[in-house]
Every structure is written in structure tokens, then in C-alpha cells.
Design a protein around this ligand. Structure first.
Ligand code: GLC
Ligand code: CA
Length: 541
């Protein structure tokens, strides 16, 4: 289905750029990124000139007051800014400055759990008859003193911690400093929906909703069954990965809550809900709502987990296109603050360019992670440098610190991120892999990305056109994007060897963009198109 560019909403047109605030830019010299740092870098994202990235929306990972047990995903107050990141005034300034540049603001919303230092939890744990007791999930121990059910925490160990003061267990599917809210309680619902209004009034355009499929659990909290296919070599404390997640997530009743969240967003014009959602395709599409009354963009992470293969990528896209109801808008994610870096996952810089071309030319909203435009790779984290609770509890090979290293701005000390030693080490390649150096190189990955973003935002076919895959041999993924009056052909060679292909139905075309940046503008014969290893083209046809 083709869609007119004029009719597209901002969240359909924009590239969403994820900023991990701790790691983007440090303005006050304490080694930790902050809101003023982000403000200073907005021109890099979009200064209105054709050569900037032209980002249309930024998503900020949490900046709320937090003890940082999970680096901000343990929120101690939903309606404030942690002094480490700045103040509410800084936030208001960020909204103003971003909007001036045509950048929408999406913030993280963490509905499933608070910090154990949130005043709600302090009250809740103070006594069994406290009015907020039922705001969290408290249960008695089993007769033998063990936890109420067998659920495991994503970060290792059981999903329950015993609180001796009141003699019950509370639930936490992440670290024990992240107690889970009881969304079945109407007071919790009301308080959490009010937090959305608080930020919308301040000009926030959208929310990325953390593990939103978890907010409703099985009413009886039944045991999860064991997963017969679980990896036998899991660390002993990884109970979570040994189970099938039947009762702790994706309950049918969660959709009622998501509808209530969406109705709250709709109290303000043109707001967008993005959900962090997992699970099989047929259950995942339900988060768009039966009539489009749930989330506009349930995150689609599946491209990230495909093997590096043209067939696998195409199979996923075709399957997803077929699964979407007609009102639903696709979206794709290739990296975030929980995953290994895209360039590392797919095996190198050439693959990173090709994957970027795929992400930015498919039908739907792309979400990109800070630094992927530089080809940033996993940082090297030594055992004593591990900060992430997942790495601390489940082993260094699981630490997410590798994708959270400081943004690389220039070749000065600490990559121009900070004037002092940052909270995580700067990657060793920062002297050559940085914004300043790559900006001077016409064929750098940053120059490639700038060109690619520009091409996308100026092309009605790439923004809103239909998608149709072509049947071609080998490790080539080729598709046509088309609207009335414009057509683009994308041809991607996933092989480490050169290839020659014939594109059925096409005689010749002109290269609008080549991943290697040295054939832009060339006219080519589509009866025998030659591609180098990992080369991709966007062609005018
Ligand atoms: C989400 C976040 C992750 C966090 C977890 C708990 O998966 O992306 O960073 O640790 O939820 O909030
Ligand atoms: Ca700082």
C-alpha cells in the first residue's frame, strides 16, 4: 500500500534516533552525559541544512531521579529529572531547542516497575495495611519459606525478594531494586497515566514504553513451565532463560491497559506510543490494537535477530508485511542500549553500511542507535569496568556496557565526550572513528549515512511508497519502493563475494546512492548489475 507523503504523520516520516543520555555528551564535566550536553549537540542531529543527519525525533533513555541500580530504568520519581542529568528547566529548554529544529521528543516511560527508593514503594513496604501496600505485588512465602512461584528474574535469580519487615515477598522481574507495580490496582493506573500527562503538557511528543507487555501478569501467578529447549550451559542463577514465559508476560488482559494508555495519549494531539514488545508475530501484531487503538509503533526487533543472509532478511520482512493489518505502520530496529553493536553483530563495517541501507529504505519507521552512524563497534570492557547489573549477575559476556560507551565526537581526550574520565571507557578506535574526522572524509560511513538520511527524507517512495520484493538469485535482496510518480529500486549484496544479477523487469537505472560512496550518479545496466562484496545500491528506475 502506498501512502502520500503529505498524509504521513511525523512518527511515520521521521528517523527515530535513540540517545542514551549517560553516554552522549557531558556538558558539566563529571564524566556522565547530561541534558545540556544533548542540547549542545542538537545541530549535529538536525541543523536544517541538507548535510546534517536531519533526524526527525529523538528517544531519550530515562533521565528521571534514580539510584541507578539499572541506570535509570529504576525510577524514583516519574515527574522529575535526576540532578546528574540536569533540571526540569533543562528539559524544557531541550524540548524548545529540539522543536525549533523540527526534532520531536520521545521519552522513556517505565510502567512495569519503580525503584525501591520510590516513595510509593517506601510506603508500600512500611506495613501490610499501608494504603499503598497493594500498589506493588506482595505475596506470602510458600509453606517451606520459598518464593510464591518459580518465576526467574531477567537479571538472574528468582523474581521475588523476601522483605523481613513485613514478612512477605515482593515481585521484581529485573533487579531487586526494581519492584513491580500492580497495574490491576486502579489507583496505580491513574497515577501512571497522570505521569504521561505531566510530560505531554511539557511538550513531549511520544513515549517509548519499557517492557510494556509485562505490566499485567497472570491473575493467579501460576508457575511458568520449563523450556525444554533451554540452553544447557546457562549460568546456574539464570532461572529466567530456563522457563517458557507463559504467565509473566503478554497476557490477553494487558491490551485493556494499553488501550487506556493510548486513550491518554490521544487526549493531546499527535502523540505517539512506542512499545518494547517481544513474542511471536501473531501475538505481537495485537499491540497495534484491533482498530489501531493501541500503540502506533510496537517495536519490531526481528531484523536484529536474523542471520546475515539476504533470504532470512527478506523472509522476515515479507512475513511481517503480510502479518500487519492494513492500518498498521511497520517499523524496524537494528540496535539499542541492550544489544551488541550493529557493526559487531553483523561482522564489520561493510556489513554495517549495508544494514543501514536496508533499515532506512524498508517501508516503515527506522529507529537507530547513537553512534551506529559512525560504525561504532562493541567497546572493550574489562572485568573491573563492568557496570551493568546484567553483566554483574550473569557474566561479563552478557554485559550491556559494550554498547553504552561514550559517543565519539572528535580525536581529543575522551573523544570530546567529556573533559574528565567518563563513566565507561571510550572505545579504543575513537581517534579515527569520530564525528569530526569522518565529516572530512567523503566516503566515510558518516558521510554515507548523511546521504542516506537525505535521500530518504526527500523521497516520497522511500517514505511512504509500497514495498515489493523481487525474486533474484543468490545472496541478493532486492525490492522496489513506489508511489505515484516515483520509484526506487534497492539492491543489496549480502555476500562476501562480488555478484552479478539481472533485475527482472528493469533495463537500466541510475545510482542514487552506493554503500561504497564511489558510484553515486552512475548509470547502470540492470540486466547485468555488478555488485562488489557487501555492496548495496539505491537506484532511480
Ligand atoms: C528494558 C530496557 C532495559 C532495562 C529493562 C528493565 O528491557 O530496555 O535496559 O534494563 O527493560 O527496565
Ligand atoms: Ca555531566
Amino acid at each position: 500500500m502506498a501512502q502520500d507523503r503529505q498524509a504521513l504523520r511525523w512518527w511515520q516520516r521521521s528517523v527515530v534516533y535513540q540517545i542514551y543520555p549517560r553516554s552522549f555528551a557531558d556538558a558539566n564535566g563529571d564524566g556522565i552525559g547530561d541534558l545540556q550536553g544533548i542540547i549542545q549537540k542538537l545541530d549535529y542531529l538536525n541543523d536544517g541544512t541538507p548535510n546534517s543527519l536531519g533526524i526527525g525525533a529523538i528517544w531519550l533513555s530515562p533521565f528521571y531521579p534514580s539510584p541507578m541500580a539499572d541506570f535509570g530504568y529504576d525510577v524514583a520519581d516519574y515527574c522529575d529529572v535526576d540532578p546528574m542529568f540536569g533540571t526540569l528547566d533543562d528539559f524544557d529548554e531541550l524540548v524548545r531547542e529540539a522543536h525549533k529544529r523540527g526534532i520531536k521528543i520521545i521519552i522513556d516511560y517505565v510502567p512495569n516497575h519503580t525503584s525501591d527508593k520510590h516513595k510509593w514503594f517506601l510506603e508500600s513496604r512500611s506495613s501490610r495495611d499501608n494504603p499503598k501496600r497493594d500498589w506493588y505485588i506482595w505475596r506470602d512465602a510458600k509453606p517451606d519459606g520459598s518464593p510464591p512461584n518459580n518465576w526467574g528474574s531477567f537479571f538472574g535469580g528468582p523474581a521475588w525478594t523476601f522483605d523481613p519487615a513485613t514478612g512477605q515477598y515482593y515481585m521484581h522481574q529485573f533487579v531487586k531494586e526494581q519492584p513491580e507495580l500492580n497495574w490491576r490496582n486502579p489507583e496505580v493506573q491513574a497515577a501512571m497515566l497522570d505521569a504521561l500527562r505531566f510530560w505531554m503538557k511539557r511538550g513531549v511528543d511520544g513515549f517509548r514504553m519499557d517492557v510494556v507487555g509485562l505490566i499485567i501478569k497472570d491473575k493467579e501467578l501460576r508457575d511458568n513451565p520449563p523450556d525444554p529447549d533451554a540452553n544447557p550451559n546457562l549460568p546456574p542463577n539464570d532461572l529466567f532463560s530456563r522457563q517458557l514465559h507463559i504467565y509473566n508476560q503478554d497476557q490477553d488482559e494487558v491490551h485493556e491497559m494499553i488501550k487506556a494508555i493510548r486513550a491518554t495519549l490521544d487526549e493531546y494531539p499527535d502523540r505517539c506510543g512506542i512499545g518494547e514488545l517481544w513474542g511471536p508475530m501473531d501475538r505481537w501484531v495485537r499491540y497495534y490494537g484491533e482498530n489501531g487503538d493501541e500503540l502506533q509503533l510496537p517495536f519490531n526487533f526481528r531484523l536484529m535477530y536474523q542471520p546475515w543472509s539476504a533470504k532470512a532478511m527478506r523472509a522476515h520482512v515479507d512475513e511481517m508485511e503480510a502479518a500487519l493489518p492494513s492500518f498498521a505502520w511497520p517499523n524496524y530496529v537494528l540496535g539499542n542500549h541492550d544489544q551488541i553493536r550493529l557493526a559487531t553483530r553483523f561482522g564489520g563495517q561493510a556489513q554495517a553500511r549495508l544494514a543501514g541501507m536496508l533499515l532506512l529504505t524498508l517501508r516503515g519507521t527506522p529507529t537507530v542507535y547513537y553512534g551506529d552512524e559512525l560504525g561504532m563497534e562493541n567497546g572493550k570492557i574489562l572485568p573491573h569496568q563492568v557496570q551493568d547489573p546484567q553483566g554483574i549477575n550473569l557474566g561479563i559476556e552478557r554485559t550491556r556496557d559494550v554498547c553504552r560507551t561514550p559517543m565519539q565526537w572528535d580525536a581529543t581526550a575522551y573523544a570530546g565526550f567529556s573533559s574528565v574520565e567518563p563513566w565507561l571507557p571510550v572505545s579504543e578506535d575513537y581517534q579515527t572513528r569520530n564525528v569530526a574526522v569522518q565529516s572530512t572524509q567523503p566516503q566515510s560511513i558518516l558521510s554515507f549515512y548523511r546521504h542516506l538520511y537525505r535521500l530518504r527524507r526527500n523521497s516520497p517512495a522511500l517514505l511512504g511508497g509500497s514495498y515489493r520484493a523481487l525474486d533474484v538469485e543468490g545472496e541478493i535482496y532486492a525490492y522496489v519502493r513506489e508511489t505515484d510518480g516515483e520509484r526506487k529500486l534497492v539492491v543489496l549484496n549480502f555476500a562476501a563475494q562480488p555478484a552479478r544479477v539481472s533485475l527482472p523487469g528493469f533495463a537500466s537505472g541510475k545510482v542514487a546512492l552506493c554503500t561504497h560512496m564511489d558510484r553515486n550518479g552512475e548509470s547502470v545496466d540492470l540486466g547485468k548489475l555488478e555488485l562488489r562484496a557487501y555492496e548495496g545500491f539505491v537506484l532511480e528506475v
